[in-house]
Every structure is written in C-alpha cells, then in structure tokens.
Design a binder for this molecule. Structure first.
Ligand code: ADE
Length: 418
C-alpha cells in the first residue's frame, strides 16, 4: 500500500462511491483525465498538493496521476477532510494521502512536512501553507521546484505579500484569479455551500432574518445574493468603497459592523482578513446571534475575545454549534469553531463548479511543466481559460454565436464609426 496517514482504510468503499458520484458532475476534468492517460504530460514528476481532501479533489488527484505525476496529497485545513475519500484514494487509486479530519495543529504540519519530504518538483496549495513552509523550513529544495499553483484568495494575498517582500523564490500561478475559477467557484460555489453548511449546522430559517455578510468580494457577493433569494434582509459590511457602492446598488444595506452587530441574527465573515468580528461587536449582539466564518482561515472571528468575554460555554449544543453564555446574559452561537463553515459543516462546493476550478489546476500544472516560468505570481494563460469555458458549455449542451466576418472586421477597425 502507498504511504499514508489516514483515519481508517475500511472507509474506502463509501469514499469510492462519493468520488464516483462527484465525477458524474465533473465532465471537463474527466476529458482532461482521458487525454492525460494517453499523453502523460506529467510523467515521472513528483508533485505535492495541499488541498481540501474531498471527493472533488480526489478526481483532480486521479487526473494528475493519470498524467503520470507521482502525487502526495495532504489536507489544507484540519476540519475539511472527508475520511472515507482519503481511504479510497489510498486503497482504490494508489495515491498517498496524509489527512485526518479533526487533526491537531502538530499533525497538520507533520502532514505538510510529509508532502515536502516527498521531494516535489511541482506543488499545489489552497491557502499557501505548503509554499510558505517550504520557504521558511526547507529552502534547500526550492531550486528543484518548477512552480506552484494557488487555489484560493487568501493564498494569493499571502503569495503577493511574499513577492512584494522579495521572499518568493518560485513561480506561482494564481489559479484563484482565473475567471474559470472565481466567477463560478467563489461566487456560486461559496454562495451555495455556505448556505448549506449554516443550514446543516443550525436548521435555521433564512426568510425574514437579518443576515450580516462581512466582505463583498466574489464569495461575499455569491452568499449575499443567495441569502436575498431566500428572503433574508441582507446587510453588507465592507472596507473597500467600490465594493461597498456595488453592494449598495445591488440592493443591500451597507453599514459599519458596529451598527450591524446590534441588529443581525446571523453573521458570516468572508473577507480573508483577521478579527472582523471582535469584542466590541460581541458586546452589542442580540441574544441568540449566530456567528460563522466562510473565509479560508479561522482568524476572521476573534474566538479568544469570545472565550474571555463568556461566563461559560456549552460545547456541541448541536453538532458544529457551541454556545457562549456572555457576561451580559446573552447567548452567542459559534458555528464550526470559526473554521470555514462550508467544508466543516457541509461538503464544500458542489462538484460542478469544482470541475472548472480543478480543470484550471490540471491544465495550469501541465503548462507549468512544459514552460519555464519566471519567479512571479502569474495569471493563468488565456488559452487555458478559453478551452475550459468551451468544454464546460459543451458539457451543458449550450452553443453560442460566432462573430461574422463583417463583425470581426468592425471590431478590428477604428475608422468605421457611425
Ligand atoms: N473548496 C471548496 N469546496 C471544495 C471542494 N468541494 N473540494 C475541494 N476544495 C474545495
């Protein structure tokens, strides 16, 4: 059996069913896998991927392996691993996995180290923990790395900060910033899976509630619009004036968090930043307020503040719900320990959007292997995005118009005016 550290290999049959079910909704990735089987563009390349270990990721891992990669997969978050999927990857697909749902911080980093000690020439990250650990603790392997792919907004922010500091030493593709990723995964994927996680955790009726969405990036936009569609009164908080304007003209109330904190029933942070909900906000929240995070790291809600302000707490009043009894007599319910609610309390984004995100990952990996890239945070090549959009449309049975010769000429001219 391939090297692994997983919860229980006997969970493999259930995991395999989930992987196959997700694959039904990942036709673009499947087409890439079939080509990779024949062409083997990643033949013999050692790869390490630090991603959420889900059924959708399993299909990406199968695709990279079909391309010839020698892959190790580790968790990018301690609470998002689907243990049955991890078992099936090891047993049925011979892919090395180090991931256990609920692993502690030490185990989480032991797994990241196992991925690095595999000796990768290509890496893939969701949150940049793998790349940042390589840079800080394993500088000796940097020269062998052709490059890395980054899946999420938070990871891109970290990588750009590294680059601006002169600390980044390897080429990176900002997969998150591809249109085939953020327009669909961030907006519709996070939008739907965040609702799913909150409802599974609380069984809360959305209609009529005041829902406060912190952050109006693509993820916040998607979630806010889904909440509106379900009948919530949505309040958006922002620090960016353009995004705040956009939220206002999209029909949402916009105000500072200190005002929203007094009236909200449900608070969801999706900003990528630290301590968006903190002491001053908890102090004025209503009895029964629910707080959740859908950003990548569990830093958006200051849990330390909650802990020190609470008289006591009752863990697990429902699965994924902890009740904090505040000194002022109010209760605040924290979901999934402030970890990303869509993967901790639900199953992450649906396969159909991960199809495009992971097709982007697979094709960008192929591009990285075939082209020598400079040290920078690069955009995904246009041809990759174009191919994926056409393939996805085709899989959905949608055809579109083509420019006529006359239209092409018109668009290419500057003197044809009125
Ligand atoms: N990120 C969000 N949803 C995901 C999923 N289903 N699989 C992997 N990564 C994800």
């Amino acid at each position: 059996m391939v090297k692994n550290h997983i919860k229980d290999i006997n969970l493999a049959p259930q995991g395999r069913k989930r992987i196959e079910w997700a694959d039904n909704d990942m036709p673009v990735l499947k087409a890439i896998r079939e080509r990779f089987e024949k062409e083997k563009p990643l033949q013999g390349k050692k790869m390490s991927a630090c991603l959420h270990v889900t059924a959708e990721t399993a299909n990406l891992a199968r695709t990279l392996k079909a391309g010839g990669a020698d892959l190790v997969l580790v968790a990018s978050n301690p609470l998002s691993t689907q243990d049955d999927v991890a078992a099936s990857l090891v047993k049925d697909y011979d892919i090395s996995v180090y991931a256990i749902r609920g692993e502690d911080n030490k185990t989480y980093y032991d797994h990241i180290r196992a991925a690095i000690e595999h000796g990768p020439v290509v890496t893939m990250d969701d949150g940049a923990d793998l790349v940042s650990t390589i840079h800080s603790d394993y500088p000796q392997i940097i020269d062998q790395i052709l490059g890395s792919m980054e899946e999420t907004t938070t990871g891109i922010i970290r990588l750009r900060a590294m680059h601006n500091d002169g600390a980044l030493k390897i080429p990176v593709f900002a997969v998150n910033d591809a249109q085939t990723k953020y327009l669909f995964d961030n907006r519709y994927g996070t939008g739907q899976s965040t609702v799913d996680g909150i409802i599974r955790a609380t069984d809360f009726l959305i209609a009529g509630k005041k829902v406060v969405v912190a952050g109006y990036g693509w993820c916040g936009k998607g979630f806010a619009s889904r909440m509106k569609g379900m009948g919530a009164n949505v309040i958006v908080t922002e620090v960016d004036p353009i995004k705040a304007l956009e939220a206002s003209m999209d029909g949402f109330m916009v105000m500072p968090m200190i005002e929203a904190a007094r009236i909200g029933d449900l608070f969801v942070t999706i900003t990528g930043d630290i301590h968006v909900l903190r002491k001053e906000h908890f102090e004025v929240m209503k009895d029964g307020a629910i707080v959740a995070n859908s950003g990548h790291f569990n830093v958006e809600i200051n849990i330390n503040d909650l802990e020190t302000m609470a008289r006591d707490k009752i863990l697990g009043v429902r699965e994924n719900v902890d009740q904090y009894n505040m000194a002022n007599g109010n209760r605040i319910f924290l979901l999934a320990q402030g970890r990303l609610i869509n993967l901790a309390a639900a199953e992450g984004h649906p396969a159909s959007v991960m199809d495009m995100s992971f097709a982007t990952q697979a094709l960008t990996t192929e591009y990285m292997v075939k082209n020598k890239m400079t040290v920078d945070v690069h955009e995904v090549p246009d041809e990759v995005e174009h191919w994926i959009a056409i393939a996805k449309l085709k899989s959905m049975g949608i055809t579109i118009d083509e420019l006529t010769e006359e239209q092409k000429k018109y668009l290419a001219s500057w003197d044809m005016g009125t």
